[in-house]
Design a protein around this ligand. Sequence first.
Ligand code: SAM
Length: 207
Amino acid sequence: MKTNGESSLKHRSWEAVSAILTNLYGKMPEPRIAKLKKLFLLAAFSAKDGVIVELGTWHAAGTIALALGSKVGNNLPVYTVDTYTYRVGWASEVYTQADKDVAVSMVFKAGVDDIVTFVQMDTDKALSKWKLPIGLWFWDLGIDQGSKELVLYDDFMKWEKHIMPGGYAFLRDTYDRRFGSAYALQNLSGFSVIENNPGILVLKKDE
Ligand SMILES: C[S@@+](CC[C@H](N)C(=O)[O-])C[C@H]1O[C@@H](n2cnc3c(N)ncnc32)[C@H](O)[C@@H]1O
C-alpha cells in the first residue's frame, strides 16, 4: 500500500527505521546515524518525484534508509551505484568485492529489494548512461586516500543537470575544505542551501 507523509510517521517513524538499521548493522557512531536519519527524512518527506540516486553503496545502510523513507513517502525507486572493487578510503577504510554480497543481503533482509536497483559500475560510467530525472541525489563516495581533488564538487557539477527542479542533493563529507563544500557553496548557482552542518550539506534545485 502506498503510504503518505505525516499520517504514516506514527507507523514508520525514524525511531522504527533506526531500530531496523541497528538490528542489521549493530550500534553505529553518531555521525553515521545522523546521515542515515537525514536520508530517511529526505526520502520520506522531501523527494516528491523522479528517482533517488545514491553514489556509493558499501553495505547499503544508506540505501535502506533511503528506501524505507521512500516507502513512507512517494515510493520513488532507489538506484545505488558502486563498483565494489578494492579501494582504500581517506580514513584507511578498505572496500572490497565482498561488499556487494553484504549489501544485497541487507537490502533483502530489510524488505526493500522491490524498490532498490544496484548499479555496479564506476559513477562516471553510470553518469554517461543516465537518463532518469532525479528527485534526490546523494553523494557518499568517500575520498580516495591521498586525493586532494575537489571530487565531491566535481561530481555534483557533473550530475546536477539530472536533478529535477525542486529536487534535492545531499552531499556528504563537507566538513573539510579540501572535500569541497566551501568551494561548492562559493560557486553554487541554481540551488538553495537547505542545510549546511558538519558532514551534511543539503541543497534544493530552484523551481
Ligand atoms: C563511504 S562508502 C558508502 C557508504 C554508504 N553510502 C552508507 O551509507 O553506508 C563509499 C563507497 O563508494 C564506493 N566508491 C568510491 N568511489 C567510487 C566510484 N568512483 N564509483 C563507484 N563507487 C565508488 C566505494 O566502493 C564504497 O563502497
